[in-house]
Design a protein around this ligand. Structure first.
Ligand code: ADP
Ligand code: MG
Length: 358
């Protein structure tokens, strides 16, 4: 296991990049702590696989260095990095049995056969394939083949890190939950450094100690699920995490007051006078409907999602979402909203501004 350091790392698929937009991965400095479970979360095309492939050595970065426990591995081939990587689609040997597929990484490293069989049986149990060990991989469903790929990724205990690139894409929804639980257990039992790539916030938030959020080639925030919820560092993190995501509202901010369409709102902290594109962000959980006081809204729709209600309302021509209690009656005369000042974040040009005690 190892700490992985990214030192001023960046990547462009172009031979001669000229501007920032030419970089699929913008310059990045980060330490992946030894033994932590990370999720790398972001929309399709934001650079997740690019970053993962640089860490595993499938791709050489056009700028910067990668260090494993302080040793520069930027030019070391994949095999030397001692990493297990599982891809989105199955990579299995069709002519081999399930058993031989699972055993492959261990035999390849010259482990003795008794150990190999013990470990293969353990993994087969984890991925629910004990009954299929004698079957040839050829002819199995994509789902079963992907489980073999996962098993192969998990079979070695002596790897520096385990990298998963959207590994559950072809797995059916029930099995997804089961396999994710097994991955967490694996992490708990062996403490490998794990990086799990996904575009699914639920998957990221349930799997990881720390979530690395990417947007347009850039890491915009690294934090615990709680930090991403309470203090999104970028408006994208606010939108992308949460269901529904954070409401982002254009505002003017002066000191500990925000002004939305001329109405004054108290803020929990002070900000001086902000320039540029200024917005406030408030999660639907911290918006309250009221009958008097606050900003005017028109309720458009109420969705009952079981544990609570999502109220979709219109607010100065924009949609605003409100989470209301399961038993809360949404009165037709509820035509105003208030925000909990302690949970209002302030953004300038999409980045969160740290306030000062007001
Ligand atoms: P993600 O895994 O988050 O979906 P990728 O890392 O695959 O994103 O891609 C990031 C960006 O780099 C995208 O704009 C994609 O089109 C581009 N890209 C990915 N692979 C290549 C490649 N081999 N050659 C050129 N551009 C690529
Ligand atoms: Mg990808």
């Amino acid at each position: 296991m190892a700490k992985i350091t990214l030192d001023n790392l960046a990547h462009s698929y172009l031979a001669q990049p000229h501007e920032e937009a030419d970089f699929a991965l913008k310059a990045l400095n980060h330490d992946w702590e030894d033994g932590a479970a990370y999720a790398l979360l972001g929309a399709s095309g934001c650079g997740k696989s690019t970053l993962l492939n640089i860490i595993s050595g499938l791709l050489r970065p056009s700028q910067g260095r990668i260090l494993f426990d302080g040793r520069d591995v930027t030019d070391a081939p994949t095999a030397e990095r001692n990493i297990a990587q599982v891809f989105q689609f199955p990579v299995v040997y069709d002519t081999m049995t399930v058993r031989d597929n699972l055993a492959f990484p261990l035999r390849n490293r010259g482990r003795d056969e008794a150990y190999v069989m013990e470990r293969v049986n353990e993994i087969a149990r984890m991925i629910g394939m004990e009954e299929m060990l004698n079957r040839k991989a050829r002819g199995l469903t994509a789902d079963a083949k992907q489980k073999i790929s996962l098993g192969r990724g998990m079979v070695r205990k002596d790897v520096n890190a385990l990298l998963f690139d959207e590994p559950l894409t072809v797995i059916d929804p029930h099995m997804k939950w089961e396999l994710r639980t097994q991955l967490k257990k694996l992490h708990h039992d062996f403490g490998h450094t794990m990086i799990y790539v996904t575009h699914d916030q639920t998957e990221a938030l349930t799997f990881a100690d720390k979530v690395v959020v990417m947007y347009d080639g850039r890491v915009v925030q690294i934090g615990t699920p709680e930090e991403l919820f309470a203090r999104p560092a970028h408006t994208f993190v606010g939108y992308f995490i949460g269901s529904p995501g954070m409401n982002v509202i254009p505002a003017r901010v002066e000191g500990n007051r925000a002004y939305v369409e001329g109405t004054e709102l108290p803020l929990g902290q002070g900000y001086g006078r902000l320039e540029g594109k200024v917005e406030i962000g408030v999660r639907p959980e911290f918006v309250r409907l009221s009958q008097s006081g606050g900003l005017p809204v028109k309720v458009r729709r109420v969705e009952d999602v079981g544990r609570h209600k999502i109220v979709r309302a219109e607010f100065f021509g924009h949609e605003i979402n409100i989470i209301a209690g399961e038993d809360e009656r949404i009165a037709a005369e509820a035509t105003r909203v208030t925000f909990d000042p302690a949970h209002v974040n302030v953004y300038a040009n999409d980045w969160r501004v740290n306030g000062e005690a007001a």
